[in-house]
Design a protein around this ligand. Structure first.
Ligand code: GLU
Length: 313
């Protein structure tokens, strides 16, 4: 890698940033900073009903508090503005037109219920697989149509920078635009990463199973996909995946409880194999010792209650 490296932070503004996302953001930041590359910050607000007012602003503050900066994005600007997805809808519309011209898009009028009834069992993070009912012609005319992408078979496989070879096995024709006109994450993320010249995508491994879909999209656009680096997730002390749903601790809660950024970075770095237990240090201090081969390749348990107690003492 070199200074031509372009990475990104792509938080969804659905609440405060919990420690799992902070940890993945730290790895994305270190990947870029370790090679003198650039980092783009993009707010992924495409799923408007899930957006919490004020969350984007809060997340920017949490990243800054942790010492994670960015070179292009909100408050900084850059040649690829705007950096919020809801301000980029024209690009997604153009992308759909480009894909339509290749014959890889079709209208689908199946309801969720119909898909659930005929689909095979829910598949990992991707939900029930679409059986392809409308592939040749929409079967329920008169209903509003979603737009689906004709997935190639077999789905593309790839070599992840952290986790090695990944082959999806099954992949269905996924939605590009919902019947209510909302563009899907899968489309928006590829259009944005492509437009912003991202060379490596660093993110949580809950998105591993989405990557073959996204690679297929890059290829449909006649583009080369970036490299991928999927960081295994953090589990709560009780073994549940850390997410806002479970009320996992946020960076803001750590700060309010009296923790310093160096303490939080220290705990996160320890779970990444980059710091000793109870070590406190800044994100910047981690840059020179960053060694991707030390990162865990399976899920790590993080006892946030312990962190909370530490912060109190
Ligand atoms: N916005 C997504 C999230 O916060 C990340 C998507 C991606 O990195 O591709 O989970």
């Amino acid at each position: 890698m070199s200074a031509s490296y372009r990475g990104r932070l792509a938080p969804s503004p659905t609440g405060y940033m919990h420690l799992g996302v902070a940890r993945t953001s730290l790895v994305a930041w270190l990947r870029a900073r370790a090679v003198g590359g650039a980092l783009v910050l993009r707010i992924e607000d495409i799923d408007a009903p899930r957006v919490v007012p004020g969350a984007a602003h809060a997340i920017l503050g949490e990243l800054r508090w942790l010492g994670l900066d960015w070179d292009e994005g909100p408050d900084v600007g850059g040649p690829h503005a705007p950096y919020t997805q809801l301000a980029r809808l024209t690009l997604y519309t153009q992308a759909i037109e480009q894909l339509r011209a290749t014959g890889l898009v079709y209208a689908c009028t199946c309801s969720r219920k119909e898909i659930a009834q005929i689909a095979s069992a829910p598949h990992g993070d991707l939900g029930p697989l679409y059986p392809g009912t409308c592939r040749n012609a929409p079967s329920h005319s008169g209903r509003p149509a979603a737009l689906r992408f004709r997935m190639p078979e077999p789905a593309p496989s790839f070599v992840d920078g952290l986790q090695g070879s990944y082959a999806a096995g099954v992949a269905d024709d996924f939605v590009l635009r919902r019947s209510d006109g909302v563009y899907a994450y899968q489309l928006a993320v590829v259009v944005d990463d492509l437009a912003m010249g991202i060379t490596e995508v660093v993110r949580g491994d809950d998105l591993l199973s989405s990557t073959p879909r996204q690679i297929a999209l890059y290829r449909a656009f006649g583009a080369r996909e970036p490299a991928f680096f999927h960081v295994p997730l953090v589990l709560d002390a009780d073994g549940r995946r850390m997410s806002k749903r479970f009320g996992s601790m946020s960076v803001t809660q750590c700060r309010q409880a009296g923790a310093t950024p160096e303490q939080v970075i220290g705990v996160l770095a320890h779970t990444l194999g980059l710091a000793a237990p109870h070590e406190t240090l800044t994100a910047a201090q981690l840059v020179t010792r960053f060694d991707p081969s030390k990162l865990p390749t399976s899920a790590t348990q993080l006892d946030t209650a312990q962190l909370f107690l530490q912060a109190q003492t």
